[in-house]
Structures are given as C-alpha cells and as structure tokens.
Design a protein around this ligand. Sequence first.
Ligand SMILES: Nc1ncnc2c1ncn2[C@@H]1O[C@H](COP(=O)(O)OP(=O)(O)OP(=O)(O)O)[C@@H](O)[C@H]1O
Length: 367
Amino acid sequence: MSIIQVEHLFKSFGSLEVLRDVSLTVEEGERIVIIGGSGCGKSVLLRSLDLLEKPDAGRILIDGDEITARGADVNRIRQKMGMVYQGFHLFQHMDVLDNLTLAPTRLRGMSRAEAEEKAAELLKMVSLESRKHAMPGVLSGGQKQRIAIARCLAMEPKIMLFDEPTSALDPTMVGEVLATMRMLAKRGMTMLIVTHEMAFAREVGTRILYLDEGGIYEQGTPEEIFDRPQKPKTKAFIQKMKYFSQKIDRRDFDLMQLQGGIQGFAEKYGIGDKFAYRLQLCAEELVFEMLSGAVSEEAEVKLEVNISYSEADKSILLELICSGSKYDPFSTDEDDETHLGVTILRNVAKDMSFAYHDGINQIKVRL
Ligand SMILES: Nc1ncnc2c1ncn2[C@@H]1O[C@H](COP(=O)(O)OP(=O)(O)OP(=O)(O)O)[C@@H](O)[C@H]1O
C-alpha cells in the first residue's frame, strides 16, 4: 500500500485555478522534491496533504486513511505527518523543551517524563542538547529550524513535509538544516520537500516533480529531470537554473572540458572572471585531491562536480561527490605541500564541509 495517494485533486482561489486534476502516489521511503516556478502551486499541493488547504475536489489517502473523507478523524490522520515551514512556527513563549513535549503529552497521551526523554534524544540528534531551556527568541534561524524539525519528530510521524525550510535563513545557516534533513533521509523517512536548493534536491531526492500548468508537468529521477528533461517547460526551467553539473568517470578525464564547462557557466550568469578562475581552480584541485586520496588505482572512477550559484548572496556552492574510500581532504596537514590545492581552498572558501556515508565522499565548498 502506498503511503500517500492523491487522486484527481483540484484547488482554486477564486478564479485562479492552482491545481487541476493532480494525482500522485508516494511509496514509503521515497523522497519527493517538488520544484517549479513561483506561484505554480508547490506549497498548495504540499499543504493540501494535511488539509491546511482544503481541496475543492479529489481524494487524499494517508497511510490508507482518507483524510478528505466526510467525517474523517483529520487530527488523527494529521499526526502521521510532520510539517516544517519556512517560518519555523515555534511557540515563542515556551522554551525548547516545552516546545518539544507539548504535542506528545497533549495529543499522544505521553507522560511528561517519557516526552522529556524522547525530547532529549531528539535534541541530541539535531545537536542542540545544550539549548533545551533556551527560549526560541535567542536561537539562530538555523537552530530554530532544527528545533522545528525535532518537534515534528517528537510525534513520530511517518511522513515529513518541508515547505521551503531554508528560504528564510541566512545563507550561512542553510547547511545545518540541510544536514538534518539529509540525516532523516538516511534513516528512511518518507519526505516531501518544496525547495529552491537544487543541488540538495538532486542529492537527496529519489523523485523530482516539476509543477506547471496546474499539475505535475513532468516527473522523474533527479538525473532525468536535471540532465535530460523531456518537455519544453521543464527544459526552460532547468536551463534557467544557475546550476552546473559534470560527471567524471575516468582518471584521465578531459580537464579542458571541465574548465570550459565552468567558464561557460560563469559567463552565462555574469560571474566575474576572477571568481570564475577561482572556481575552476578549486574544482580542479578538489577533483585531483579526491582521485588520489579516495579512489584506488584499480577502482572505478565515479565522481561528480556540481556547482550552484545563488543570486541572492552571490555565493557559489561547489560540491564534489566521489565514490571510494573515506577521504577528507580538509584533514590534511596545512603545511604539507603535496596538498597545496587544499591549502588554496582553505584560503579562498567561505566555508567547507565533508561527509562520508555508504561509500560516498561528499565535499562542499562555499566560495
Ligand atoms: N490563501 C490563498 N488565497 C489566494 N491565493 C492563494 C492562496 N494561497 C496561494 N495562493 C495562490 O496560489 C498560487 C500558488 O501558490 P503556492 O504558494 O502554492 O506557490 P508556490 O509554487 O509555492 O510558489 P513560491 O515558490 O513562490 O512559493 C499563487 O498564485 C498564490 O498567489
């Protein structure tokens, strides 16, 4: 049985028809990323699932229960879903612990002690144990959003819905929230995510829905939608995205092609020459560093360079995904000249991160 089943959903606001006959089936463990132009109905579709938006017609079944049925126990069905919003929605007059224990004690009949134990576990998971008695007002945006995620998890939902969870955040805080979401993905959580973070969509999504013309205009795996979109509006949308991706599958890869691709990307989006050169340099150094550090001579080369440009703060995110053994390039000795490339990176990057799971190294550098 599918965990979410949407059948022939319609939703209008006055004469504005936002969703027109949308059907969607989501299986347990899928991570659906919903993308599309502004106002195409991404949030309305997401919010319809727990009836924050009441559909005009259509049926929605959550884990086998029809939430749209007349007389449905909407509150009980809603408990299967946690919703994370752009604006956190924490209770401002309560400390973090009370924010986390309120719903489980009130709605799930948990004892206070039990709820506190669960809250402690979740705070540990989002690395905010030390903030349990803080009031939301003193937390940073990224911390608030991690608490908001923990608060949802306290209700043990089967599905997590994210409505642009990072778009209200200062760019320096986006990473910590995405890391929390990545961890949930790894634990097998069914997730539906509306986001403009395309690199993240590609990395974490198992299926991408591109919305247009009142519904799911095109859908597919991240590779299908980002690399090989089939329909004209999807193609136009993807082309407009400030995103570059190149796969490398051999040790003697075509460096000129990579450099040329980055150059083209930089020209297309008006990224200055100095910045473009820096980007080429960092990408090249990182690729060579990873090829020598993580991929043994006889192993198959599976590496991907992704670059996204944020107009908002003029920052560039360079991401490298490399299969192989665990190799953190930033753990190398700063004085070791054989890792000169990493030293260059350290000097020019705003921030850098490294993660390794399931045989895949992931390096992120913000320039
Ligand atoms: N409560 C409402 N009343 C009237 N119109 C609404 C309401 N909520 C949404 N809309 C309209 O429905 C359309 C779809 O809105 P939605 O928020 O789903 O867009 P979106 O795809 O999430 O866009 P964005 O990326 O800009 O957030 C928009 O034109 C919006 O103005």
